[in-house]
Write a protein that binds this ligand. Structure first.
Ligand code: FAD
Ligand code: FES
Ligand code: FES
Length: 1344
């Protein structure tokens, strides 16, 4: 609707340049504005709801209260541009550039190898940059805090932290430096012969080369903005958008008047509540009132009784204010402040804390709010204001429940919050438990306060409030009332738990699920509080008198471990690798830790990803309409409303496909029926992204449900619903072997996994005017597959289609198959409309549509001797394949082939089947079945160890391959490197002595248990088919001597382009600086194989080598003739002599085959061996754990690039850790995926890195098979993450033994806090009510 009044001009600065927006739209976020309007594409879109930090930028504002400039990081995806009036924004482009001057933060993150795919890097850079603007020499704690809101899916964080640490005051650098063991002590090439410790390098970059940080070089706050701030505009500013009006009053009086005029308009501050609600729940407000310019809302005042904080203060400011009061006041007065501070350290990430306001937090009344329970028990009062005047209301149970009588009136605002001091004899505490320690909403959060009658332990007042256990924060008022007058002792504890479970009751099907866990936490938290207070009361001289002469119950030291929280510590560690031979030419980069070719560009935001390509002429945007039913007939599709909307150009359906619509059982666009929620039915094409998305909402599809609807593996088995025949391998005589030994029959469940590549799926299709040609820019691991699919969909020859892949923001297997589907649908749109089409999936849609790792259900029967020797093993596995075949048959095959892992078991039977269910189709994922299958094998080993009373490592060792042998599929191999990895891992991690220390710790601690585990690994790389092991390359030498290398691999972050140039550089003997790789394109290297299965660098490296050798051979006569000439001389001469300076290289690949009938073959070219040990500490009362130490030894043979390979190991280990501990997909009983973003799907964060994390590449190892004797390490590390899982299981087993609970148990994977807590059964898990599953509909269903 057009507005009569005109908009004001919005003024702000970006990177020192003034932005003047005459038609600022309140619905436009800073992220969109930067990317679309200013074409600053360094800031990335990943989740759009503040959860990942990829869009971090720095905002600088003049603070009217302190009169200083405040610099703070924000997530641009949640910042409406209208909120930036008078602010200066700095993006990654404003920090530095490779064209002008790099900032030290950018230089260091790149050179420390902190970038892989580079999609998270600009966000990381901005978080660190902002930290340094405020603290040029930060502490390590500040560094962790600053990066806590930034996710990275590739690196495992260690190198990122290391780069940040170089700025820290207490930075330590290489632990070997100065001891003569560090390669940089000796110069990189000083090491002598192989195999000696002095050949081992422990630094991957040279810190001394870094430019120093010079804070005087930073952009200054624009003087114009300073002038504006000093003479603030008192006038109300109004910005009218297409649908929303933003009103920003300049005075409090105007704000109050506006609130009368617009009583329903929300006050918008951080937008961290309103923004996500708009995105995911479609909340819409036509008028927004912004109080950002009202300084009264940021005032802070103190009295002798308490503290008043303005509602407009950010949570970061609140944290500082509280910390200030805590340092000034005696401890007894600051109980509430300390409890709030505890939560403020963990609440969200730094960016959200910078943006979110105290008022917004309180008023949002989120059920998971961390602060409201503490504020509620702390007798907080809310100071309200309206045109009529002021009043105060308590922040109590009724307010939190949203009762009108206890709430703000529509014309009122929250001005400030009064938090009284605590008093003597009063104790306040806060508790929370989330899936991860940092940047995760709590499952349950609590605030607790007790006041004792003076000098006694008699309860005078008690307040307990919980979040996460209902629609709102709940105060357990009744329970508290009944406990008044009771003494603080065990009987009171028992009574309190009983009362709490009665009052804070959760129905079995409560939203959010995890009901029994939450009930347990309600009482476990109270127990922690009980102990904490008891501990305080016990302090000498605390109590004046104890009634009846009773003594305090003693708390033995063993129980005190329940009290401590896990601190977030900056990880330490050493990375060991073999230095190159001392005779290797200096120019030869092979084997050296060369920085990722795009590292610096990642760090400056200059690396171009698919959606960073500028808008092309007449480009349209596509959005997908997906099924909302799991199995249904499509009755009708009504597009009329969608087509009427402004900007909508067309809706693409199956009828528009000129060629084939995918496969019969796997259609690109649904026809007649749908097989899962999230299946693509049609696609809207509109002028803008917003218009396309609005039209999606208006597309109406009528369905009629079909039977059966199958989601779980159990149901699929019941219905015999399978995607392919069973795969089976067998050796020995399993049945007979079972007759003579003890047996265990168990089940193992392994959950699925979302790829969570930071760059969602995206494609840009540009139709050309001639000959039906198409240019496709796509984020894929397999451009040839996209090309082929588009060809068959449009019914045009492959030679008209060119797919380009510059780089991919993470793939992990998720961009092998799906990009072809999306590319083909977008191509149909381009074909029909004649215009370029851009399709960028939202994070929610990406997670909904694309599928991931197959969940697995395994049953094993293992026969063993008392000695731990396994005589027979029979494993039957089922994977949940979803609704179409995709890669499920191949995954089943790999699962069966690889499941024996490192063990020689004479009588062995493996069977596997892929279940067909009504879920989105699962697909390739790093490790391809291995991480799931081996968890079954390793679980079975652990179970045998427990039964035999042996340590699991002993049983592992006993059953491992020892000599040259044949696998279950009769492929011969030599396990020597496996044994070496195992022994080195035990040795380097001091495993056996730590076993004793762990046992000692466990004896002394009842509520905390440590666990230790070590796992061996034999991982086969490659595809089980010869035709997949071919590769080609094209190398051109230009007349100036520069070299252009093209090959069939795609740059996914794994550094393949860097490695390829290292190969080319060695072969041509030309420095890498002379060389370039532009992109992967189907026009330069045709018929490529997907970059997957860990062999991309192997096979493409051989092709590049071949091309270079051909060229060098052609150049040989010229070089011979003029041996003293330069490279440029030779090339010039070659050109003169008409020598072809372009060559195609080809690698015919490894032979690989598998005969499933016979059960034998040679399916894999070679194995990667490794071992990992991990130690964890588990909090038995909450299920949380911390990772104390991990040691990995990996047989990389002669690594092409140790920095890249160690990066792959660390990154895949961390991804594996996520698979086995935190990443949990949740589906509704109707088959709708709930977990569709970083809020509800938790990948590891920076606080999940083991406190000590050591990685060693096995020295002196060789393989004759591969290029320069290197090995592909892309996937293998995933499985090593299971060492954390088994360490947790070890800790849980210890807890259970101590509690005398039967030892036969298996923790399901992922070992989430919920599962761990419930496995550590105790009096609290026993006292919770359990519902009969038949009496309620669960909120979510397990699909594994
Ligand atoms: C990624 C992410 C992670 C998070 N993690 C956590 C977490 O771990 N723990 C946790 O507790 N919370 C978490 N949150 C929630 C966060 O704390 C709240 O969203 C935030 O505090 C809201 O503040 P805001 O200023 O952004 O509110 P806005 O979104 O700007 O406003 C929210 C509401 O408050 C009202 N309001 C604001 N100020 C006033 C006022 N002065 N008077 C009257 N009404 C007012 C508005 O009308 C509006 O309805 C997270 C949020 C995000 C996005
Ligand atoms: S895209 Fe903004 S936080 Fe994820
Ligand atoms: S490098 Fe961090 S997400 Fe890829």
């Amino acid at each position: 609707m057009p507005h009569l009044s005109r908009s004001d001009e919005l003024v702000f600065f970006v990177n020192g340049r003034k932005v003047l927006e005459r038609n600022a739209d309140p619905e436009v976020t800073l992220l969109t504005f930067l990317r679309k309007n200013l074409r600053l594409t360094g800031t990335k879109y990943v989740c759009g709801r503040g959860g990942c930090g990829a869009c971090t930028v720095m905002v600088s504002k003049h603070d009217p209260v302190s009169r200083k400039i405040r610099h703070f990081s924000v997530t641009a995806c949640l910042v409406p541009i209208c909120s930036l009036y008078g602010a200066a924004v700095t993006t990654v482009e404003g920090v530095g550039s490779i064209k002008t001057r790099l900032h030290p933060v950018q230089e260091r993150i790149a050179k420390s190898h902190g970038t892989q795919c580079g999609f998270c890097t600009p966000g990381m850079v901005m978080s660190m940059y902002t930290l340094l603007r405020n603290h040029p020499q930060p502490s390590e704690e500040q560094l962790m805090e600053a990066l806590g809101g930034n996710l990275c899916r590739c690196t495992g964080y260690r190198p990122i932290l290391e780069s940040g640490r170089t700025f820290c005051a207490e930075s330590s650098g290489c632990q070997q430096k100065g001891r003569g063991k560090c390669c940089l002590d000796q110069g990189e090439n000083a090491a002598s012969s192989l195999g000696r410790e002095s050949d081992i390098c422990t630094e991957l970059f040279a810190k001394d080369e870094f430019q120093p940080l010079d804070p005087t070089q930073e952009l200054i706050f624009p003087p114009e903005l300073l002038r504006m701030a000093e003479n603030p505009e008192k006038r109300t500013l109004t910005f009218h958008g297409e649908r929303v009006t933003w009103i920003s009053p300049g005075t409090l009086k105007d704000l109050l008047e506006l609130k009368v005029k617009h009583p329903d308009a929300p006050l918008i501050l951080g937008n961290t509540s309103l923004g996500p609600a708009k995105k995911s729940q479609g909340h819409f407000h036509p008028v927004l009132l912004s109080p950002a310019r009202i300084s009264e809302l940021s005032m802070v005042s103190t009295t002798s009784e308490g503290l008043t904080i303005g509602a407009g203060c950010s949570l970061a400011q609140v944290k500082d204010i509280l910390a200030g009061r805590v340092s000034e006041l005696p401890e007894e007065k600051t109980q509430t402040y300390r409890a709030l501070l505890k939560h403020l350290k963990r609440l969200a990430g730094q960016q959200i804390r910078n943006m979110a306001s105290l008022g917004g937090h309180i008023m949002s009344r989120h059920c998971y709010s961390d602060l409201n329970p503490v504020l509620a028990v702390g007798n907080t009062a809310l100071n309200l204001m309206s045109k009529e005047g002021t009043r105060q209301i308590p922040l109590d149970r009724d307010f939190l429940a949203g009762l009108a009588s206890a709430d703000l009136k529509p014309e009122e605002i929250l001005e400030s919050v009064y938090i009284p001091h605590s008093q003597r004899w009063e104790f306040v505490s806060a508790f929370r438990q989330a899936q991860c320690q940092q940047n995760a909403l709590a499952d349950v959060t609590a605030g607790m306060r007790v006041l004792f009658q003076e000098g006694t332990d008699t309860i005078e007042d008690l307040s307990l409030a919980y979040g996460g256990v209902g629609d709102a924060t709940i105060s357990a008022q009744k329970s508290c009332q009944q406990l008044l007058g009771r003494r603080w002792n065990e009987p009171m504890l028992d009574e309190a738990c009983r009362l709490l479970l009665d009052e804070v009751s959760l129905p079995g099907g409560a939203p959010g699920g995890s009901v029994e866990f939450k009930r347990t936490l309600v009482v476990s938290f109270f127990f922690k509080f009980y102990l904490e207070v008891l501990q305080e009361l016990k302090k000498p001289g605390k109590l004046l008198s104890v009634p009846d002469g009773h003594h305090f119950p003693e708390i033995s030291d063993r129980f005190l471990s329940a009290l401590e929280d896990f601190p977030a510590t900056v990880p330490q560690g050493v990375q060991r690798y073999q230095s190159v031979d001392s005779h290797q030419a200096l120019q030869d980069p092979v084997g050296r830790p060369i920085m990722h070719l795009s590292g610096l560009k990642h760090a400056t935001g200059e690396a171009i990803f698919c959606d960073d390509i500028p808008t092309v002429d007449k480009e349209l945007f596509m959005a997908l309409v997906t099924s909302t039913r799991a199995h249904a007939k499509i009755i009708s599709v009504d597009l009329s409303k969608a087509l009427e909307l402004p900007g909508v150009v067309d809706v693409i359906t199956a009828e528009d496909i000129p060629g084939t619509n995918g496969a019969e059982d796997d259609k690109l666009l649904a026809v007649d029926k749908v097989l899962c929620v999230g299946q693509i039915v049609c696609a809207v094409v509109a002028e803008t992204e917003a218009q396309a998305k609005r039209a999606v909402e208006e597309t109406k599809i009528a369905y009629e449900d079909l039977e059966p609807i199958i989601f779980t593996i159990e149901d699929a088995i019941k219905h015999s619903s399978f995607l392919c025949p069973e795969k089976k391998l067998e050796q020995g005589n399993v049945e007979k072997a079972f007759e003579e030994v003890d047996q265990i029959v168990e089940e193992v469940h392994v959950g699925g996994q979302e790829h969570f590549y930071m760059e969602t799926q995206r494609v840009l299709v540009i139709p050309k005017t001639e000959d039906k040609e198409l240019d496709i820019y796509v984020s894929t691991q397999d451009p040839a597959h996209v090309q082929k699919t588009v060809s068959s969909t449009l019914n045009i020859p492959i030679n008209r289609i060119t797919c380009h892949v510059k780089r991919v923001g993470g793939g992990f297997g998720g961009k092998v198959g799906r990009p072809a589907v999306l590319g083909a649908i977008a191509a149909v749109g381009a074909n029909k409309t004649g215009y370029p089409i851009r399709l960028v999936l939202d994070r929610e849609d990406d997670m909904l549509i694309t599928g991931g790792r197959h969940p697995l259900f395994g049953k094993y029967n293992v026969g063993f001797m008392n000695s731990g020797r396994i005589r027979a093993l029979d494993i039957e596995c089922f994977i949940n394949g979803g609704c179409t075949l995709d890669d499920s048959e191949l995954v089943t095959e790999f699962l069966i082939l690889k499941m024996e892992n490192a063990y020689k078991i004479r009588n062995l039977r493996f069977r596997g089947r892929a279940c067909m269910t009504n879920l989105p189709s699962n697909t390739a994922f790093r490790g391809f079945g291995f991480p799931q299958g081996t968890l079954v094998t390793e679980s079975c080993i652990t179970a045998v160890a427990a039964k035999c009373g042996l340590l699991p490592e002993k049983v592992r060792e006993k059953n491992m391959y020892k000599t040259v042998d044949k696998t279950i599929y009769k492929q011969a191999f030599n396990p020597e490197p496996l044994i070496r990895c195992w022994n080195e891992c035990l040795d380097k991690s001091s495993f056996h002595s730590r076993r004793m220390q762990v046992a000692e710790f466990n004896k002394k601690n009842y509520w905390r248990k440590r666990g230790l585990a070590v796992v061996p690994m034999k991982f086969s790389v490659g595809f089980a088919a010869t035709s997949f092991h071919q590769a080609a390359a094209l190398v051109h030498i230009y007349t100036d001597g520069s070299v252009l290398v093209t090959h069939g691999g795609n740059e996914l972050g794994q550094g393949i382009h860097t490695k390829m140039l290292q190969v080319a550089s060695r072969e041509l003997k030309v420095p890498m600086s002379h060389m370039h790789i532009c992109e992967t394109s189907t026009a330069t290297v045709p018929n490529t194989i997907a970059t997957a299965a860990s062999i991309g660098s192997d096979v493409n490296g051989r092709a590049v080598q071949n091309a270079c050798q051909i060229l060098l051979k052609r150049l040989e006569p010229i070089i011979k003739k003029n041996p003293e000439g330069t490279w440029e001389d030779w090339i010039e001469a070659a050109f003169e002599q008409r020598i072809n300076l372009s060559a195609t290289g080809y690698f015919r690949g490894y032979e690989a085959f598998m005969d499933w009938e016979k059960g034998e073959g040679d399916p894999f070219p070679y194995y990667v061996y490794g071992a990992a040990s991990s130690e964890v500490e588990v909090d038995c009362l909450t299920g949380a754990h911390k990772k104390i130490r991990t040691d990995i030894v990996m047989d990389a043979c002669c690594s092409l690039n140790p920095a890249i390979d160690i990066g792959q190991i660390e990154g895949s280990f961390t991804q594996g850790m996520g698979l086995y501990t935190t990443e949990e997909l949740k589906y509704s009983p109707e088959g709708v995926l709930y977990s569709r973003g970083p809020d509800d799907y938790k990948i590891p964060t920076i606080t999940d890195v083991p406190e000590e994390f050591n990685v060693s590449l096995l020295p002196s190892s060789q393989t004759p098979l591969t290029i320069y004797s290197s090995k592909g390490l892309g996937e293998s590390g995933m499985f090593l993450g299971s060492s954390v899982f088994f360490a947790i299981a070890d800790a849980v087993a210890t807890a259970r033994r101590e509690r005398d609970i039967a030892e036969d148990f298996t923790v399901r994977s992922p070992a989430t806090p919920e599962r761990v807590r419930m496995a550590c059964a105790d009096r609290f898990t026993e006292m919770i009510p359990r519902d009969d599953p038949k009496t309620f509909k669960p909120w979510s269903i397990p699909i594994a």
